[in-house]
Design a protein around this ligand. Structure first.
Ligand code: PA5
Length: 447
């Protein structure tokens, strides 16, 4: 079972503070279940796992097979919710050195369309020269500049290298059913395509084709991922007692801490494979809660690496933070510390121990030090990094996010603030339709 341990926040807030939140938590779960809360047209993610369409999973696996058979590299073009979920799962399950290790059984998965860096696109397109690559173009709106720009380059390169007919086999679109340039392009070019459901927002879309197709192409078992998520769905309903519902306990704990003045939550891992899970989590909570002048700021660190850079701040900086640690019980491999006759490095006290034992003591030692230093600590233990448990963890965080947003008093399913920079960028680039904005912005910057 995924376990959540909140004993190390009880030095900072009382059990009563959490108990007092139980009615609000239950009310929020019911709002999600009954679909009568803010943003209720975007809660399709709630039952994606339990109500999976078997035909859709077959189609995703069939398409994945075609890409796997015809490509040595598959580039996933997408940004935000259109790439972070798949990247989080793929990196959590892959060899840590996947970018370097040649894996004969699986295509290499690369990402694009999540930045506008000319160097990144140059280096990517150079790397792809002469390679049999395919592209999964993911955009719900179908008009996101970062993704559209990368896709324009990748589409041309793929067609130039493979010919238009062959490129058509290995370019897949995941987008809206009807709207947006990505849909128009997919239909006109005759690409295989999948639909992003209207009622699922980007950051909640990992269990739709947005996440599932890249994960399947990478060679992972999407049925197990869905099974894990479905089990967590059952563990987090309004019928489950508060103490047995990890999403409810998590949402209550972080809201109680927020109300006590802890404004920043740091998601901590001790496994570098979880780096992108934290990136996904940051978007999930940041975009869902940061609005109306409210919201816990979601940050993340990779330990023990970042103990040597951020450790000082966390130990002794402003006491407005709390940590949520993802602890992985069982690692995939075994490495023993060898004994050394000369013991020049003084490490013989570790000889015969597993490296993971050392890591686990670093984890425990850090928890004790940070709690002593005034940092409340929530601990989420995951049995191991497999499709099934990652599926559970993802759903737990999604449900915790929906509940938390309602307890905070915001609509957790919109993101009005994301548009602000786009308007300015389009005006500065003279995009048709932005003439008035262009005039305003030019007079502002020329002052
Ligand atoms: O969660 C969100 O809505 C955003 O992060 C979007 O996923 C992101 O901006 C990409 O949008 P789109 O899928 O429309 O290209």
């Amino acid at each position: 079972m995924i376990k959540i341990d909140i004993s190390q926040i009880l030095k900072f807030i009382g059990k009563d503070d959490i108990k007092a939140l139980e009615p609000e938590i239950q009310e929020s779960i019911l709002k999600l279940e009954n679909g009568n809360g803010a943003g209720n047209d975007f809660i399709g993610w709630m039952n994606l796992a339990s109500k999976t369409d078997a035909g859709l999973i077959d189609a995703i696996e069939d398409t994945a097979k075609i890409l796997r058979e015809n490509c040595e590299v598959v580039v996933v073009a997408g940004i935000g919710g259109s790439y972070l979920g798949s990247r989080a799962v793929i990196e959590a399950l892959s060899n840590s050195l996947a970018q370097l290790v040649q894996d004969k059984n699986n295509p290499q998965i690369l990402f694009a369309g999540h930045n506008i860096s000319e160097d990144y696109l140059y280096e990517l397109t150079e790397y792809l020269k002469g390679k049999r690559f395919g592209v999964i173009n993911i955009s719900k709106s179908g008009t996101t500049t970062e993704t559209a720009l990368a896709f324009r380059l990748l589409k041309k390169q793929c067609e130039d290298q493979r010919g238009k007919a062959d490129a058509r086999k290995v370019i897949v679109a995941i987008t809206d059913a009807k709207r947006g340039a990505a849909r128009v392009c997919a239909d006109k070019e005759g690409y295989r395509s999948f639909i992003i459901p209207d009622n699922v927002g980007g950051r909640f879309s990992v269990l739709t084709p947005v996440g599932l197709l890249p994960i399947a192409v990478a060679g992972f078992n999407i049925r197990e991922l869905i099974k894990g998520a479905a089990e967590m769905e059952a563990r987090t309903t309004s019928k489950v007692a508060f103490a047995d519902n990890p999403a409810a306990v998590y949402a209550a704990s972080r809201n109680a801490l927020y109300r006590s003045g802890k404004k920043i939550e740091i998601l901590v891992n001790f496994q570098p494979k979880l780096h992108y899970l934290s990136e996904w989590w940051k978007q999930l909570y940041g975009e869902s809660e940061g609005k109306d002048g409210k919201g816990i700021f979601p940050a993340s660190v990779d330990f023990s690496t970042d103990l040597h850079s951020m450790g000082q701040w966390i130990q002794e900086g402003e006491r407005t933070i709390f940590e949520t640690v993802i602890s992985v019980d069982k690692v995939q491999h075994k490495v023993l510390v060898p004994s050394d006759d000369e013991n020049l490095d003084g490490l013989n006290f570790l000889a015969g121990k597993r490296v993971d034992q050392v890591n686990k003591m670093a984890e425990l030692g850090t928890q004790l030090a940070h709690v002593d230093g005034g940092v409340p600590n929530i601990r989420i233990t995951v049995p191991e990094l497999s499709e099934y448990w990652i599926g559970q963890l993802i759903y737990m965080f999604e449900k915790g996010c929906g509940i938390s947003g309602y307890v905070l008093g915001v609509n957790p399913f919109n993101q009005p603030g994301v548009e602000a920079y786009k308007k300015n960028m389009f005006a500065l680039l003279n995009k048709p339709g932005y003439e008035e904005e262009s005039k305003k912005i030019l007079s502002r910057i020329n002052k």
